[in-house]
Write a new protein. Structure first.
Lengths: 901, 503
């Protein structure tokens, strides 16, 4: 009762006096729109900036502050926005502020010019669901939507027809139709549960993971090549497969992010956790000779920072690389503090992309487990782990590209290993020899008489090992034992060859990498020689490796410095890992200052950005536009959310109720009445909400590049459901790949691999599969937070003329024949139903029959054309089938097929 | 096709579009009136004939006919643009900016005053000065300085306005190229060709409005983003035409499909889509209809125009073409053909101008000599050919790179480079323009006596962009597009039309 009274009184007071101006929602938008371009951060014309409060209230170039809290009359800012003098009036040479805007700013200053934080940087709070009751409402989402629609006086649409909804929700959840029986069950079942049954089976489908991985790979900038000018191949598809599995298992999103940011640092990390860290090994690697490895390593690290912010936190952080953020509360040195989290990983922009997780077959893995057990029995668990790790990753290898103090030796083109000539010396710095008694190293030499000496600490230091080189036409592994050492030491390699002809530049040997390790224990036992063979076979097996993230051990740790103006050649003060002060509040106590700690901060329920970003992204995938349209930027320069309360409601629910389960969140979205609406534009909607920002109708958007291909595959009946594995190369025109620096070739896949889902198509960064790019696929050089959908004649040319699509049109036509028999009308109507699960309207059937007849006439007169159109000299080589191929090709180009209705 | 035929065809096309528009008049009026949300307004279809320029000249954007020709806000002198970009940045000191004083300093250590507070891409420590690696003389009535490296071009200098004092603030290729073409060193803004086709549409609906041709064996460093459409609808992005295989990807009908059958199939698709439009009422469907129409027409026109074999031999001789190669000379001839056929903006990128001198092919005295030869004849031919066809007056030709080269010899990482080369230089370089209402035989701007700093008539990328837009009939300050809550323009918050070179 007393509480009620207080509420009443507060309301009464609020009625009498208008509530104070809210900075974030009322003032900041004006400043951002009208002032900050010239008066913010880096651009502070006349010494006036409205980015931070302390700047806005500070003295300007005139010596006086432009804003005097409490006194709009004396504030220069107000004088200038209201001035009648064209030369004085702000915004300079732009539209003046409206009376409303001026009034708001005056009131704001009168009330003390108080500052407030941007909504996206404040924690997500539980919101009260609007108390709206309406038969249209199916779940809480609809209440938020309907509240706004009521406010705008727009009527929401009724539910879409079943066939439309089937196709929409199938495309949205798994990217293609589910099995025919699931579709028919849904269409024929008129009970209230039929839709939910459909949704549940889609969520459980293995194709679910493939569809959502398509989305994630743009963010992860996944590609099958390394990028830059030479753009050589990279074997990182195991990461793609990990993402598919994670989505299919509904791995909680916090766990999903943790594994990708810091899987290697998790206690008891599994092989899968290491593969997950390849998320940040999708950065580009520059193989080009002569490039500075450190420059491109730094570029990769900055990309990891930018991607972490853009993909996971919907924030454009990259501007802070060069200067304090012009609009958002991030300072220049905070960029480098954040970068320090990523700056100590083992990778170094070298060709081989070490460190990698070597890709073992099941047999190899079994052999390794067996070996590992054997080692444990003859030594210790610790030692067996060390050996297992060496075999799976070749770590702790040191790349010889980092060798220095070179005498008569060179690092080939900065990039390609160490070349040792006769009487040469090279230093490998900071090798941790503690407890170790063996070097393992990779080399190549065709010369007899070579001898490699390993010295400790200096050129004249104690010799710890000598190795006699046996020439070979292949790269070899050297195993050099020595007495057990302690501590971190520089190792000096010297190469001598008494048989080598004189001449300074004669090459003795090439040197790859070197690791200090332990000998295989158990010498003298009966099984030693068997296990030693296995040990060497596994260690030396020529298998590709998936690049992974690993932290440098202490002996190789890097320090991080601020780069002045973002240039890595001008390092400034040293910094240690930290998140920006404005968001420090989300950092759990006692979190370690490394990537594991960073992952804790990212997945903390206090982090204001992470849940909102993924909710907004999933919403955009289903509804065509995000609640915040700029998926890449929820900051002050992003577009303001249309339904902020709803965004927060869903974000809170994702974290606290769904425990980060994305499938649960998606289910809530697709079960809403909002989602299920008809997508037809009524005159009312067209007038009041053309862009569907209030959601009075279902989304009507073009299919993604992947969906366009997968749909044609499915219609043709050729779609392969094979999952996972190496990328495939379906048909593409000649001359697309221009690889001046390597001899990579597009080798067309055979058998079912030609017809795999688009997600498995080989992705070459400098030259992606052409039709993917035509339909707005991202280049994947860097993180791409949003695909902008377009509509161009070049897209029409793809689906009309691309041989890949013609092939699928043929298969589609053959399928129509098979299902429908000989009657053309039946064949065409069947094709339409195969595509859209509904009966073909008579008027459309008539159009396509007419097309069929015209084509048939043409083919009857021309045997060669008939043959070309049907493809093969088989039972399909007749004018009727050729005409049907033309019809199939046209049907795959219908707007209702290219669009999601 | 002759120009008259082109005009006839355009008329026919417009009539057709008008009919389609009439057909859906209700939709159209509503779309225009509500401005298609953020996009349209400004001067409307048919023009409003208002004399006073509004504060913001937005453009009528019609998603169903995004490339229809539109009139600019004021009468521009140029109808189309050919922009020749030498990617890698050619040396002004070996081509146009004659500096005898620099010769006197050749081989001396660079004075510390020139290095203070400066940052270079590769120069470290104290480099040596490097005199001009070419002989210069004055040419034509105008007496413009051109080096011996461009003997043909020196005969046409009286057609040209030289800007000798261009500056930039980006010293790496990709950002500098982006700044030059998109007005921002970062990714994501529309390129100038996209802005122009957005604002003016294009005269020939059977060809892309904005065509890109590359040579030199590689894309420019900034990649396809330099012809991207940024936040403008992607229909305005540059369409890359290829000299091998299909001139435009997938332009040819599948084997076995006759033109008649293709026509019938596009008709069926469009008629079915029109039925769908009646049901869904979504103008995006009309847009798809017009895209399919355009695709169909482009299938005939693009292969025709991309074939240079039909040109007479004297033209091939004049341009120095090499049939069957993706070379600069062929691309320049194609550029002329495309502009003649009504393409609005033709962008050429020729890669390989980065004269560092760390190897022979990028040295000033070996590799660059070949580059100079490869452009001298074709560029000269382009100006003469456009002129003899009466097209030079309405075609703006721009030539330049993304920055200049230092008067110092590059010493990569502090060590002498094996060949003569110059590092990236942001403080002075040369760009020239010709045709399209630009003054003839003018030199504007001046650098100091060693070509280090611009001292008079300094201009930057934004001024070049402002001038190009001006010649096409746009005020660069009011030609905007709303994005992320504010109007964006090509020239950001800068840019000044270079009136000194406007005829």
């Amino acid at each position: 009762m007393i509480v009620g009274m207080i509420v009443l009184i507060t309301c009464a007071v609020a009625f009498l006096r208008p509530s104070p101006v809210d900075f974030s929602s009322q003032v900041k938008p004006i400043l951002n729109k009208k002032c900050i371009t010239c008066h913010g951060g880096v651009r502070a014309k006349a010494g006036f900036s409205v980015l931070f409060r302390e700047e806005a209230l500070a003295a300007t170039e005139s010596g006086k502050p432009a804003i005097i809290p409490g006194d709009p009359g004396s504030s220069e800012m107000i004088r200038r926005i209201t001035s009648n003098d064209e030369e004085e009036r702000m915004p300079y040479k732009h539209e003046p502020l409206s009376h409303e805007e001026i009034k708001t700013l005056k009131r704001w200053i009168r009330e003390g010019a108080k500052w407030g934080d941007h909504w996206a940087y404040l924690p997500v709070k539980q919101t009260a669901v609007p108390g709206i009751e309406d038969p249209w409402v199916k779940n809480d989402i609809d209440k938020y939507i309907l509240q706004k629609l009521n406010g705008e006086k727009i009527t929401p649409s009724s539910e879409a027809p079943k066939a439309t909804l089937l196709r929409r929700v199938s495309l949205d959840l798994i990217g293609i139709y589910p099995s025919d029986s699931i579709c028919r069950n849904y269409l024929q079942n008129n009970s209230g549960q039929s839709y939910e049954i459909l949704v549940d089976s889609l969520l459980a489908s293995p194709q679910f993971g493939e569809r959502w991985t398509s989305m994630w790979l743009d963010l992860a900038r996944y590609a099958d090549t390394k990028g830059y000018e030479s753009d050589g191949g990279r074997s990182i598809w195991q990461y793609r497969d990990w993402v598919i599995k994670a989505f299919n298992e509904d791995m909680p999103y916090d766990r999903f992010l943790t594994a990708q940011i810091a899987g290697d640092l998790l206690p008891g990390a599994s092989g899968e956790d290491f593969i997950a860290t390849a998320f940040h090994r999708n950065t580009m690697t520059n193989d080009e000779g002569g490039t500075d490895n450190e420059e491109f390593r730094v570029a990769a690290v900055t990309d990891r920072v930018n991607t972490t912010w853009e993909a996971i936190m919907g924030t454009t952080f990259s501007c802070v690389q060069c200067h304090s953020h012009p609009y958002d509360p991030f300072k220049h040195d905070e960029y480098y503090k954040f970068l320090a989290y990523f700056n100590n990983t083992r990778d170094e922009d070298i060709d081989e992309e070490f460190p990698v997780m070597r890709q073992f077959t099941d047999t190899m893995q079994r052999q390794l487990n067996d070996l590992s057990d054997w080692v444990s029995r003859h030594s210790s668990k610790e030692r067996s782990q060390q050996i297992e790790w060496l075999i799976r990753t070749h770590q702790p290898a040191i790349n010889s590209t980092t060798a220095d103090s070179l005498v008569n030796a060179v690092i080939i083109l900065n990039n390609h290993g160490l070349l040792l000539r006769n009487h040469s010396i090279a230093r490998i710095r900071n090798m941790d020899l503690s407890g170790n008694d063996q070097f393992i190293w990779q080399f190549y030499s065709q010369r007899k008489g070579g001898k490699l000496t390993f010295r400790k600490d200096s050129i004249h230091g104690p010799v710890i090992a000598v190795y006699t080189i046996k020439p070979s036409a292949n790269w070899q592994y050297g195993y050099t034992g020595f007495s057990t050492q302690q501590g971190v030491h520089d190792i000096y390699l010297s190469y001598e060859n008494s048989l080598m002809p004189k001449g300074k530049y004669e090459d003795g040997m090439s040197f790859g990498w070197i690791a200090a390790s332990v000998k295989l224990p158990g010498k003298g036992t009966k099984e030693y020689s068997k296990y030693h063979d296995v040990y060497r076979q596994l260690l030396e097996a020529p298998v590709p490796g998936t690049p992974i993230m690993l932290e440098n051990p202490a002996n190789l740790a890097r320090k991080t410095q601020v780069f002045e103006r973002g240039n890595f050649r001008t390092p400034g003060k040293e910094v240690t890992p930290a998140v920006p002060a404005a968001l420090q509040y989300a950092m759990p106590e006692n979190a370690p200052a490394n990537r594991a700690g960073l992952a804790q901060w990212i997945t903390s329920d206090k982090n204001p950005l992470v849940a909102r970003t993924i909710v907004n992204r999933l919403w955009e995938q289903l509804f065509g536009t995000g609640i915040v349209e700029t998926l890449e930027d929820m900051g002050t320069q992003g577009i303001a959310p249309t339904h902020q309360q709803l965004l927060d409601y869903l974000s809170y629910r994702l974290v606290h109720e769904y425990r980060w389960s994305l499938k649960s969140l998606l289910k809530e979205m697709v079960m809403s009445a909002t989602y299920r609406q008809d997508s037809r534009l009524t005159d009312e909607i067209k007038e009041k909400d053309f862009f569907n920002r209030f959601y009075a109708r279902g989304a009507r958007v073009r299919l993604t590049a992947e969906q366009v291909r997968d749909q044609a595959l499915q219609a043709s009946g050729k779609l392969s459901v094979k999952m996972f594995g190496k990328p495939v190369m379906p048909w593409q025109p000649d001359g697309i790949w221009l690889s001046p620096y390597n001899d990579a070739r597009w080798e067309k896949s055979t058998g079912e691999d030609q017809y795999r889902r688009a997600i498995y198509t080989y992705w070459k960064r400098s030259s992606p599969y052409p039709s993917m790019i035509s339909f707005d696929g991202a280049q994947r050089n860097v993180c791409s937070a949003r695909r902008i959908r377009t509509n161009t004649p070049l897209q029409a040319l793809v689906t009309l003329n691309d041989s890949a699509y013609l092939d699928l049109s043929r298969q589609f036509a053959f399928r129509m024949k098979k299902v429908a028999g000989q009657d053309p009308a039946k064949q065409i109507a069947t094709g339409y139903t195969l595509l859209l699960y509904r009966n073909m309207p008579a008027a459309k059937l008539e159009l396509f029959l007419e097309l069929y007849d015209k084509a048939l006439k043409d083919f009857r007169n021309d045997k060669d054309r008939t043959c070309e159109m049907t493809g093969l000299l088989d039972e399909n080589n007749n004018p009727q089938t050729a005409a049907l191929v033309v019809v199939a090709n046209a049907m795959l180009n219908l707007d209702e097929v290219i669009m999601k209705n | 096709m002759t120009r008259q035929e082109l005009i006839d065809q355009r008329m026919a096309g417009e009539a057709r579009e008008a009919q389609l528009r009439l057909h859906t008049r209700r939709h159209f009026i509503r779309e225009s009136a509500m401005g298609l949300g953020a996009l349209a307004i400004g001067y409307m279809i048919g023009g409003c004939g208002n004399n006073s320029l509004p504060a913001t000249t937005a453009v009528a954007f019609d998603p169903a006919h995004p490339l229809l020709p539109k009139s600019p806000p004021f009468a521009g002198k140029a109808r189309s643009v050919i922009y020749l970009h030498m990617a890698g940045a050619p040396s002004q000191l070996e081509l146009f900016d004659y500096k005898p004083e620099l010769m006197k300093m050749d081989g001396q250590d660079c004075p510390p005053s020139l290095m203070e507070g400066k940052q270079f891409a590769f120069i470290r420590g104290v480099p040596k000065m490097l005199g001009p690696q070419a002989k210069f003389s004055r040419h034509g009535q105008s007496g413009s300085w051109v080096s011996e490296n461009l003997p043909h071009f020196s005969t046409v200098v009286d057609e040209v306005s030289f800007l000798k004092a261009v500056t930039t603030d980006q010293f790496n290729h990709a950002p500098a190229q982006l700044l030059m073409h998109t007005g921002s060193p970062r990714l994501g803004r529309p390129s100038i060709g996209s802005w122009v086709t957005y604002g003016l549409g294009t005269d020939n609906q059977n060809l892309p409005g904005f065509v890109v041709l590359t040579s030199g064996g590689s894309f420019p460093d900034a990649g396809k983003s330099v012809w991207g459409s940024g936040f403008l609808p992607s229909v305005y992005q540059g369409v890359q035409c290829r000299s091998e295989g299909d001139p435009v990807l997938f332009i040819n009908d599948p084997d076995g499909m006759s033109r008649n059958v293709r026509r019938a199939s596009v008709d069926a698709i469009n008629a079915a889509n029109m039925q769908e439009y009646k049901e869904y009422n979504d103008p995006e469907i009309l847009s798809r209809i017009s895209q399919y129409e355009m695709a169909f027409r482009m299938q005939i026109t693009a292969p025709e125009v991309m074939n240079i074999n039909d040109e007479p031999s004297y033209i091939h001789e004049m341009y120095g073409t090499k049939p069957g190669e993706a070379c600069f000379a062929n691309n320049v001839l194609l550029a002329r053909k495309l502009v003649e056929k009504g393409v609005r903006f033709v962008q050429l990128f020729d890669w390989g101008w980065d004269a560092h001198g760390d190897n022979a092919s990028n040295s000033l005295n070996i590799g660059m000599i070949n580059k100079y030869r490869s452009i001298d004849k074709p560029v000269t031919a382009l100006l003469l050919d456009l002129k003899q066809r009466g097209l030079l007056e309405e075609t703006l030709v721009v030539w330049g790179g993304e920055f200049g080269r230092t008067p110092m010899m590059e010493n990569r990482n502090g060590a002498q480079n094996p060949f003569k080369g110059r590092d990236h230089h942001t403080d002075a370089f040369t760009i020239w323009m010709a045709g399209g209402g630009i003054k003839k035989g003018i030199t504007y701007g001046e650098t100091d006596e060693i070509g280090y700093y611009a001292i008079k008539g300094k201009v930057e990328a934004y001024d070049i962009q402002a001038t190009i837009l001006n010649q096409l009939g746009f005020n660069h300050e009011t030609f905007t597009y709303p994005f992320q809550g504010r109007p964006f323009r090509l020239t950001d918050v800068a840019g000044k039309v270079i009136n000194e070179i406007i005829a």
